[in-house]
Ligand binder design. Sequence first.
Ligand code: PLP
Length: 263
Amino acid sequence: MPKESAGCSAPYPEAESVADFVRHLDEVRACIAAAAERVGRTGAEVRLLPVSKTVPEERIRLAVAAGCRTLGENKVQEAKREWRNLSELPLTWSVIGHLQTNKARDVAAFAGEFQALDSLRAAEALDRRLQAAGRGLDVYVQVNTSAEDSKYGLPPDELIGFLKKLPQYGALRVQGLMTLAVFTSDTERVRSCFRMLRGLRDQGRELGLVGPGGLSMGMSGDYGTAVEEGATVVRVGQALFGARSLPDRHFWPGVTTGERSAP
Ligand SMILES: *Cc1c(COP(=O)(O)O)cnc(C)c1O
């Protein structure tokens, strides 16, 4: 398989101005386009979702000034706080992390998209709140493609059965599947997680269970590989905003192998 181009991985300098953001967005889009072209796709097929978790509001404002209109947050509480505090900005929020059912009301109230659906309890809770609010919500079903590294996401062998039950929750509009790859700098192991998600999507598509069949996969350390394997959405934080000081295991309980970005 083709190698990652230079300049498309760590280090991740902090974006401190609108100009920095514009440059980082351009760089990441160029890397997406290069990865897409390596496999006969185009960059236009891939949506870049900037992830602003842990980023202070004044820097989120810079990202918006640079043109970002949807931001990803993995915690419902943080997303809700920013949605409130930045309500004057032209922004929608994508919740990309695990949902506790007691937060379903919040997600139904403010989220523009939910990418981490992984249980019928969450589906039920969300659907009920959404029906009450008279709205629908785009969702991605999260699959645990790296068994040992994350406790969130459906086991692959439970996915099809789960998808078959989703149509009863009429407010949820299934857009595709989402995953986090194994945390390692071994690109081939990362790639096999993305391939697994694509294979599951293909199976789901034959049965008409995954809507348009989107694939939300790839983060700062591995989005090039994800695009090569068919990603339609990449969720990128550090490569746009700058390196986070907190280790990845702070965000994904069960992650033990430390930072995944290759040096
Ligand atoms: C934080 C996060 C990302 C982005 O990770 P970066 O390393 O900042 O690019 C992507 N997906 C999920 C679910 C996340 O929590």
